[in-house]
Design a protein around this ligand. Structure first.
Ligand code: INI
Length: 155
């Protein structure tokens, strides 16, 4: 019989760092609400969550890297909304935030819930910032929690 390991969605006692960007805050604040909701509803304590706001998605990785290196957090959740405009700026910001967060995961071996939306328009972003399962902040928080718990089993 194969041994199957899976992380539980149990946030009790976990310390979570959240980095959220202000750009498109009408979306990112909803993602933040979703992350907090997911944390509390799965046993987390609100004083175990630290939220850092940054100007835009491009600025998320440097703060995530710093928080990861502090050793104070079991996992990070990164929230942003990059919405396509008429210039290639979108592509550069998407690439920088994705690459930067991937580097932080590899360097610090810490789970990062990736809740940075990259959408073609505002409607798509709003659709991903609804309540519970329709909220990518909620989803990213639960992924981070599950990853903490599964990594504890495999290490
Ligand atoms: N930042 C975002 O978070 N979302 C966007 O859609 C966006 N667009 O489209 O420009 C955006 N740009 C700002 C960028 O993240 C930096 O804050 C800025 O370039 C200063 O470094």
């Amino acid at each position: 019989m194969a041994k199957i390991l899976e992380g539980k969605p149990d946030a009790q006692g976990l310390k979570i760092g959240v980095v959220v960007s202000r750009f498109n805050s009408f979306v990112t604040e909803k993602l933040l609400e979703g992350a907090l909701d997911g944390f509390i509803s799965h046993g987390g304590a609100d004083n175990d969550m630290t939220v850092v706001r940054v100007p835009g998605a491009f600025e998320i990785p440097i703060v995530a890297d710093k928080m990861a290196s502090s050793g104070k957090y079991d996992a990070l959740v990164c929230l942003g909304a990059v919405i396509r405009g008429d210039t290639p700026h979108f592509d550069y910001v998407c690439e920088a935030v994705t690459q930067g967060l991937g580097d932080a995961v590899k360097t610090h071996k810490i789970p990062v819930g990736f809740g940075v939306l990259t959408t073609d328009n505002v409607q798509q972003a709003m659709d991903r910032a609804g309540s519970k399962d329709a909220n990518k902040g909620y989803e990213a928080l639960l992924v981070a929690v599950e990853m903490v718990n599964v990594l504890r089993q495999v290490s």
